[in-house]
Design a protein around this ligand. Sequence first.
Ligand SMILES: [Zn+2]
Length: 445
Amino acid sequence: MIKKLPVCLFAFIMVFGIGLNAALKDLIILHTNDVHGHIIGDDKRGSMGMAKISYYAKSLKAEGYSVLMLNAGDAVTGTPISEYTEGVAVYDIMSKVGYDVGTLGNHEFDKGWEHINTYLSAAKFPIVCANAYSPEDSLLADSKYIIKKINGLKVCIVGLVTADVPTLVMREKNEGIEVRDEVKTLKALIPKLRKKCDIMLLLTHTGHDEDITIADKVKGVDLVVGGHSHTDLDKPVTSKNGTRIVQAHEFTKALGEIDLTYDTQKRKITRFKWKKLRGSDIDGTDKEIEKAISLWKRKLPSEMYSVIGHVPREYNRAEFKRIVENFLAEANDADFGYMNKGGVRDKLYYPDIQERDVWIAMPFDNLVSVVSIKGKNIGGVLKTELQERGVNLNDEKTYTVATNTFVSENPGPEIGEPVEKVEVSSQNIRQFVIDSIRANPEVAL
Ligand SMILES: [Zn+2]
């Protein structure tokens, strides 16, 4: 971990002394994105968890490095500990780890925009986001940006979330919010702000492709630390303007590390390196963080870790989706079962299914619903899937589709519209799947 200076550079420093030292400033930026509540290490999924991340960050700091820690949105939604504590445990642990700045992801809106305040108070670090507004037109973050002073450098960090948020979240709890165009927001902000900082960094939750588009269109940005697309980048991407763009996978499966030197005389970054660490690259855990996590873990019911069923082999996400659809169709005596792709977010691991596996795959609190729809109106993803399975639809027949409220609230892109009738049950979709597995523990497709 100790970084050796080349001999010639070392000699140069010895001769010219502090002159060179003062001009060149080193900075390390550690970053995660789309943590989705994976603060507990999870070997099955390759998640290193926050105790490892903390160990690594503290080791660097102990060696004298100047370290900034950033999270590019979607800290919450995805694990039982996140759900049972309404995201508070995640932000509490990230605060204890020493995160400096975060931004909002679309999943910070899952419990409604008003719940974002809970995250802002649980996080002992600022959450910046320049383009998300409440129905009363107030900013939904601590501030649009922050200027962090570290190792004699001024680093401007501007937060940004995808303007698609309103289409990605449950409508009823997010009525009236406004997420403004990313590029317009930045063009209004960056030119003035640029003068106040040495390094201009965007902390975005807009997706990797969008990060590149934004960097191509907006001048004056040095770095983009991104999230949202869960991209497992192998090397940093450089935009037409020379902006460096990075992202670090998902679920604490990776920790991104930017290692740079800024020349205060040339006023630019003169050295830039980026790497991605896996759990196996970090050879220790922070015991204090482990202890803090175990205190939060007590909030979970003990059955969370119990085995509720088995599978004869691993089933991928698409297959798990089909299994859920079969459960739905059968239990509701419906013609078809349908789950949106984003509603099943993980695979089923061989051989045991624990209750927490279903929580991780299905973190959303949607209800089971049954939709009646005419054959000719069936469209969207369902129509494509039925065609692939060779199902012939009768135009005039009314079919029943057992699904969830995310789909039945906005059926067009998923199952088609108009629909004739929607019956909403009081059953949580995740609990329904857990109960279905418990009732028939030998799960197969
Ligand atoms: Zn995400």
